[in-house]
Design a protein. Structure first.
Length: 390
């Protein structure tokens, strides 16, 4: 199979990977109404998934480096499908918590190993390839909540969780047949990347990656309650809110490949920082525009966080040896996702105390401050690019 065909296969698998794990935040108003949940309790649902996913990324990245990425990815896709069915059949809150955690563990099997395999196949146009692969994930986050909102409005929130489960299981069979095993580490390996690996990456890009992670933590809180905010603070119908939840991901269809291509041309640093600088104004606009125009700031938010996701991963890959990429990316997710998972119930508690509209207003202020920091950091790089000979 050609490299292009393999990239298509992995992009399809990325779409399938997110078909069910993209549903929770979009369907949260339906689930909260069905179970009578407070904002804090709803936040713990999001946290159970995110924390489990983040904590398992590093050990699963090590496992992928040891036994081959294909095996880890395939079994993870199967487990995502099975856990999705279990979520759809849950009748108690604790069952939702438990099965979302299982889905989180299964979700930790994909991104680091898949990104490592794609980086291995596309060494010269890595940004383009990663951007294309990321685009499939954004498409899933757009299409799946859109269809799920229609199904939930017409029937039950359980229907999409059960019906969509076939997609990851089918793609597991596809990748088992066509995907390469991947580069394996032959030396001794700890369950986290070795200190020297982490130190080397931190010396080169640690400050920039740290800023990106801070943005991701705040983004996680905002996205976890986006549909709920649109329903409770803006009076938008739950089905429409579920569809609007996918609008930022729709923007990612353009933002991710464009970010990858531009970062190949101009460098990862400047593209990442300018993408982060866009988030503050977009988040502020979300809190002030009328309902008829709310899709516009959502598009800008999507462009910003798709740039962040794509360029941060490629930046880390660029600075990591091939045989350790799954491990180091897994360690990045280990830091990135659990903190975001903790942020969701904290934000839920704040929303319960001051109102979800006010909570989003303060979140916009935080984004504006962070974007100002990113813009200041981008200034020296931008000056250097302008002075460089053409």
């Amino acid at each position: 199979m050609t490299r292009r065909s393999l990239l298509v296969a992995f992009s399809v698998a990325h779409f399938a990977h997110h078909v069910t794990n993209s549903l929770l935040s979009a369907l949260l108003p339906f689930i909260s109404a069905a179970f009578g949940l407070s904002y804090t309790s709803a936040g713990f649902l999001v946290g159970s998934y995110s924390i489990a996913s983040g904590l398992t990324n590093a050990p699963l990245g090590v496992l992928a480096d040891r036994i081959g990425a294909r095996r880890v990815i395939v079994w993870g896709l199967v487990l995502i499908g099975l856990s999705s069915i279990a979520i759809g059949l849950s009748t108690e809150y604790w069952q939702l918590i438990a099965f979302l955690a299982v889905m989180g563990i299964a979700s930790g099997t994909y991104h680091a190993p898949a990104s490592a395999l794609i980086a291995e196949m596309f060494s010269s146009r890595r940004g383009m390839a990663m951007g294309t692969h990321t685009t499939a994930g954004h498409l899933s986050f757009f299409a799946a909540p859109l269809v799920a909102g229609i199904l939930a409005t017409a029937g039950s929130w359980r229907t999409p969780y059960i019906a969509f489960a076939i997609a990851p299981i089918a793609c597991a069979l596809l990748l088992w047949r066509v995907a390469p095993m991947g580069t394996r580490s032959t030396g001794r390996h700890s369950w986290l990347a070795t200190g020297s690996d982490i130190a080397a990456v931190a010396r080169r890009v640690g400050a920039l990656v740290s800023l990106s992670i801070v943005f991701q933590v705040v983004i996680s809180a905002a996205m976890a309650f986006l549909s709920t905010y649109l329903v409770d603070a803006r009076g938008i119908a739950p089905g429409v809110a579920a569809a609007l939840f996918g609008v930022p991901q729709l923007a990612g269809l353009v933002g991710a490949p464009t970010a990858g291509t531009l970062s190949d041309r101009f460098g990862r640093r400047i593209v990442l920082l300018l993408g982060l600088a866009l988030m503050g104004p977009a988040a502020w606009a979300l809190t002030v525009v009328p309902n008829e125009l709310v899709f516009l700031p959502l598009l800008l938010i999507g462009i910003s966080f798709s740039i962040r996701a794509t360029t941060t991963e490629v930046l880390i890959i660029d600075n990591t040896p091939a045989e350790r990429r799954s491990t180091v990316l897994g360690t990045y997710y280990l830091v990135n996702q659990p903190v975001g998972g903790v942020a969701a119930p904290i934000f839920g508690g704040a929303a319960g105390a001051i109102g979800i509209g006010a909570a989003y207003g303060w979140l916009a202020v935080v984004f504006l401050v962070l974007s100002a920091v990113a813009l200041l950091a981008a200034w020296p790089t931008g000056r250097a690019l302008r002075r460089a000979p053409s």
